[in-house]
Design a protein. Structure first.
Length: 105
């Protein structure tokens, strides 16, 4: 997987209410796309954190959420992409770095 193929993927046409699909890479390094805005992922992370009453880490979550977090952490975004996408990617990177999510502070 090289940067050129990621950048070509990021240049795919937009669809829907957000600027998606958003280009990313899966756990095997293959180009794939995130079809939603990531809002539901952020909401779920906040709900889990509130329910547990503490900061959460990626290890606290089930495998499906961990996979989605890894996909979002590798999202290829530009300055033209909406702020929500950037916030979701930042939150996912923080979770993977073990620092917990800024959303649950």
């Amino acid at each position: 997987m090289n940067q050129d193929s990621i950048e070509r993927g990021a240049a795919q046409p937009d669809s829907g209410g957000h600027r998606g699909p958003i280009c990313t890479t899966d756990d095997d390094g293959e180009v794939c796309y995130l079809a939603d805005s990531g809002l539901s992922l952020l909401v779920n992370i906040m709900r889990i954190s509130q329910h547990w009453g503490r900061r959460i880490t990626c290890a606290d979550l089930d495998e499906d959420m961990q996979r989605e977090i890894r996909l979002w952490s590798r999202a290829v975004l530009t300055e033209d992409d909406d702020a929500l996408g950037h916030r979701v990617r930042e939150c996912c990177r923080e979770l993977l770095d073990g620092g917990g999510s800024a959303e649950d502070r």
